[in-house]
Write a protein that binds this ligand. Structure first.
Ligand code: HEM
Length: 449
């Protein structure tokens, strides 16, 4: 489908075959990004990886992400952080047993805590009134929500450049204000890390900020990493990993609460494979096919980044007989692909079983199967997908293992549960899920951290 956004031609690919052409066959042509106001103001003039145009800076940044920050060895070394935060999460929910909770608030807190500790070395936000930090948890969450919102808005000035100076919707003003708040936060984090590096002899990098600062000193890098590069990368890492994972788990729990018999199947599997005397660990996940099937089905029906991130044509080309001009924006509509009746049987239904049979099990989410692309595919595919999958699977499995669930609204039945979506950079629930849980494991397990 070809559209026009102001002065820009836009193509939307809505089938698995077209997605494959754009993201595999012609990936090298569609691997850039448009220069939108969000990238300019909120990510240090395109100094992050998400908004960086295709070229040596982006290529080097991606190499750093994949080889240094997201290598399986590095991710394994941070497993203890994910375990500690998961236990603290289970314990917090235990203390709220029997009361209605807004699940997303708790999911966001645990993903933000994990990502902050992995990336920044500690949380840097205060979780209670007695602590003093540069920001409170609520302020930090609010900054991230604003970042997500502003990176997903339709900003008129991007598409009709001669109207930009009017900033009709006020988005650019908000972007500049947000940049100031993030800048203050990043300066504080970097100052602390730099001071530590100076003070300790034979300093060994512990977190991703340390690693990035070390790389900043490396004279052999093809493109020098500046202070803005490090801040841009931090923005990517903190924003990329939090709302995406929390939103996916909230959708999964919503679908399950709509069909409680699916929860029975999941807990049957958990009781059989894990037993009732311990929590689920990351290495158990491959032995839990039903939990894996729930994750895939959630990503099919509720892909967080419905249109992926915009791709930009670097040169004129022809795709499947259509002429596409240099500078055309390409969106891959993963929601349409996931709802395509010619590819999926009864696509409107949430049916994890479709991923259990031989053919279903082989469908992966890692960019090889073009009918399921929650993380995209090809050169611009999400570099943080393995961390995202680890966080989603461990949260989902432990939520189901640790608690019995029911809906939290007064007399709310599964049929009443509204599944309306709110479109943005991440497609979230219009009405946050409210649920009530009761523990289902021995009490001492909830105090193990
Ligand atoms: C459920 C979890 C996640 C989902 C669904 C997700 C999804 C995506 C999608 C759809 C893209 C765009 C792909 C494209 O343009 O074709 C993307 C890009 C990206 N993601 Fe993720 N992501 C997740 C977790 C993470 C995590 C944990 C991080 C880092 C900590 C991360 C960092 C990034 C970055 C830096 C990019 C830009 C890549 C580039 O432009 O080269 N994401 N992600």
């Amino acid at each position: 489908m070809q559209l026009k956004f102001g002065s820009f031609p836009v193509v939307v690919a809505s089938s698995a075959d077209m997605a494959k052409l754009f993201l595999k066959t012609y990936d090298h042509i569609f691997a850039s990004r448009p220069q939108l106001a969000a990238g300019k103001y909120t990510t240090y003039n395109y100094s992050n990886i998400t908004w960086a145009p295709y070229g040596p800076y982006w290529r080097q940044g991606r190499k750093i992400y994949l080889a240094e920050l997201f290598s399986s060895k590095r991710l394994e070394s941070y497993e203890y952080i994910r375990v500690e935060e998961m236990r603290a999460f289970m314990s917090r929910l235990f203390s709220l047993s029997g009361k209605p909770v807004v699940l997303k608030e708790h999911l966001s807190r645990v993903t933000l805590s994990v990502i902050s500790r992995i990336v920044l070395g500690k949380k840097y936000f205060s979780e209670s009134k007695s602590e003093r930090s540069i920001v409170t948890l609520e302020e930090f969450q609010e900054m991230l929500d604003e970042l997500f919102l502003l990176n997903g808005v339709f900003n008129i000035g991007d598409w009709i450049p001669w109207l930009r100076f009017l900033d009709l919707q006020g988005y650019e003003r908000r972007m500049k204000a947000l940049k100031k708040r993030f800048d203050r936060f990043h300066d504080h984090v970097l100052d602390e890390h730099k001071a530590k590096r100076k003070a300790v002899k034979d300093f060994v990098a512990k977190d991703m900020v340390d690693l990035l600062l070390e790389l900043g000193d490396n004279p052999d890098l093809e493109v020098k990493l500046t202070c803005d590069s490090v801040k841009g990368f931090l923005q990517d890492l903190i924003a990329g990993g939090t709302d995406t994972s929390a939103t996916t788990v909230e959708w999964a729990m919503s679908e399950l609460l709509k069909q409680p018999k699916l929860i029975d199947k999941a807990t049957e599997e958990l009781d059989r494979v894990i037993g009732k005397n311990r929590w689920v660990s990351e290495k158990d996940i491959p032995q839990l096919p039903y939990i894996n099937a729930i994750m895939k089905e959630t990503m099919r029906k509720h892909p967080v980044a419905v249109l992926l991130a915009p791709h930009l044509a670097l040169e004129d080309c022809q795709v499947s007989g259509y002429d596409i001009r240099k500078g055309t924006l390409v969106f891959i509509n993963t929601w349409s692909i996931g709802s395509d009746q010619s590819v999926w049987d009864a696509p409107k239904e949430f049916r994890p079983e479709r991923f259990l049979g031989k053919a279903g099990k082989d469908i992966d989410v890692k960019g090889q199967c073009f009918k399921l692309l929650p993380f995209g595919s090809g050169r611009r595919m999400c570099p943080g997908y393995s961390l995202g999958l680890k966080m989603i699977s461990a949260s989902l499995a432990n939520l189901l293992h640790g608690f019995n669930w029911k809906l939290g609204g007064t007399n709310q039945t599964p049929e009443d549960l509204d599944m309306e979506e709110l479109y943005g950079l991440a497609t979230i629930r219009k009405f946050p899920l409210v649920a009530v849980m009761e523990p289902r494991l021995p009490v001492h397990l909830y105090h193990q951290f």
